[in-house]
Design a protein around this ligand. Structure first.
Ligand code: ASP
Length: 360
């Protein structure tokens, strides 16, 4: 994550994105063509932005095969969100549809691909927020819930609470018929080996200071995070945001990061913007990143881009690495990060998916 503090972003609007990596012929492009054929009225500007984690993601360390796998899964997630939005569905449905796909993929540190705790377990966190009502739902420390984002949504919509943790959250999940899995479901060899390498590192070192926690993934080539998130402006003009993660490799003592914390890792407010973050959770909590971006817009008159850059710069000054995706009520979006890469993608009314991984 290291020394490189330059921020990179793709900035655009839902109507006219000036991005790279259009993938004609994909399900998204086909869906767009269908939408046009159906002549279902002028498309109000809508936009959907996702991330699959920020960190040390370098072109020369990535195999072509692996890069293709990431691009394909991110494109699939954009298509899932687009399909909901094209039909005029609620942004919350788009956010959940995309995040579920990413949670089910072992490529990302969420759901199936969650990292391991120091004890060798997987503890999952997630949150969601509806910018129209300012309702929110969050879950933390889950060991059996296959798709934490679904449970976060149920907390928001079918409970009087905002946040549930651990066994209590799983009891609620059981009552609501949410799919539970054997904790072994979350085992992936790659994540297990990451934990072993991290343990070896720990044995060689004195315990990390908090300023070292920003490189918790182990050796340099593993300084990546892999949390997933989505933000959305739907055709009704509503904003929504969601985030899901396995947290940090080798986390201890029931550690919870920013992802399930409303205002830190996730925030949505129709008056301003929707934000989903990824990176060193401790720093994102201390900087209250997602809400601070909204506040900089609301009280400081900043544009989305200015607000996102300003707040992320603050995280960087503290020593934290990461990034975020954000969209405002006009469909402007920003994807700044201060790491070497961030898996990210955008789709607007034209249905063209744009996926990027590296800075350039
Ligand atoms: N923000 C997450 C956490 O601290 C990690 C990540 O984004 O990868 O738990």
């Amino acid at each position: 994550m290291g020394a490189d503090r330059s921020r990179r972003k793709f900035i655009g609007t839902a109507g006219a994105a000036a991005l790279v990596s259009c993938l004609p012929g994909t399900p998204v492009a086909n869906a767009a063509a269908r939408a046009r054929r159906q002549k279902d009225g002028p498309l109000r500007p809508f936009g959907f932005v996702i991330h699959g984690g920020a960190g040390t993601i370098e072109r020369d360390k990535m195999t072509a095969e692996r890069e293709a796998a990431y691009r394909s899964k991110l494109t699939e997630a954009l298509a899932a969100g687009f399909e909901v939005l094209r039909k005029g569905g609620p942004g919350l449905d788009a956010v959940v549809a995309a995040i579920v796909l990413l949670e089910d993929s072992p490529l990302f540190n969420a759901g199936k691909g969650a990292v391991f705790t120091a004890e060798g377990t997987n503890e999952l966190d997630s949150s969601i927020m509806d910018g129209r009502t300012l309702k929110a739902g969050a879950v933390a420390g889950l060991k059996r819930v296959k798709n934490p984002i679904r449970l976060a949504r149920l907390v928001m919509e079918q409970s009087p609470h905002v946040m549930m943790t651990g066994e209590g959250a799983e009891t609620f999940a059981r009552q609501k018929g949410v799919e539970l899995v054997d904790p072994k479901y979350f085992y992936t060899e790659e994540r297990w080996q990451q934990l072993q390498r991290r343990k070896e590192e720990e044995e060689k070192q004195t315990p990390p200071k908090q300023s070292d926690l920003r490189t918790p993934g182990g050796p340099p080539d593993e300084k990546k995070f892999g949390t997933v998130g989505a933000v959305c402006l739907d055709r009704e003009g509503n904003l929504s945001a969601g985030t899901s993660t396995g947290g940090m490799t080798y986390k201890k003592f029931g550690r919870v990061g920013d992802s399930p914390i409303i205002g830190a890792g996730t925030y949505a407010n129709n008056e301003t913007c929707a934000v989903s973050c990824t990176g060193d959770g401790e720093y994102f909590i201390r900087s209250v990143v997602a809400h601070d971006i909204s506040a900089a817009m609301k009280y400081g008159g900043k544009s989305l881009r200015e607000a996102a850059d300003l707040v992320l710069a603050g995280v960087g000054k503290l020593g934290g690495g990461g990034g975020l995706v954000a969209i405002d009520r006009r469909g402007n979006f920003a994807t700044p990060f201060n790491t070497s890469g961030m898996y990210r993608g955008f789709v607007g009314p034209d249905g063209k998916p744009h996926v990027q991984i590296y800075k350039d």
